[in-house]
Design a protein around this ligand. Sequence first.
Ligand SMILES: [Zn+2]
Length: 142
Amino acid sequence: MKKKKKTSIIANEKIDNSKLIKASKIILELQQDLKKYINKGCGPFLAAIYDSNGNLVAKAANNVVKKSCSNNHAEINAIKLAEKKLGTYDLSPYDLSLYVTSEPCMMCLGGIMWSGIKAVYYGVPSERVTKITGFDECLRPD
Ligand SMILES: [Zn+2]
């Protein structure tokens, strides 16, 4: 018997199915792209920021070890690239969404909120990341 796929969605607004289908496609592409970044010495996390028309604004991997910088998580690196590209620290007028291969940590959640990103979609929940890596990134809001 095939086990039913378990999916959970946390949202502060009603999400239509087309956004979830789009997010699944983008996250799958990020997961497929990841090996390329790992081969360049990056960490196993990749994030991308898209505008509401589906245009890629920024894509970046975790490079904490490569750059010896503890806050160079994929989400933060992608936000920095988007801000540089758009020439502003406030991304809120651009209706941007961030897609990431795994659930953002507390630092990244804070950075995402400060950046003005409108929506976040992630692939692997933090509990699974902790099981795989043995690294617990601590408490998160519900
Ligand atoms: Zn993070």
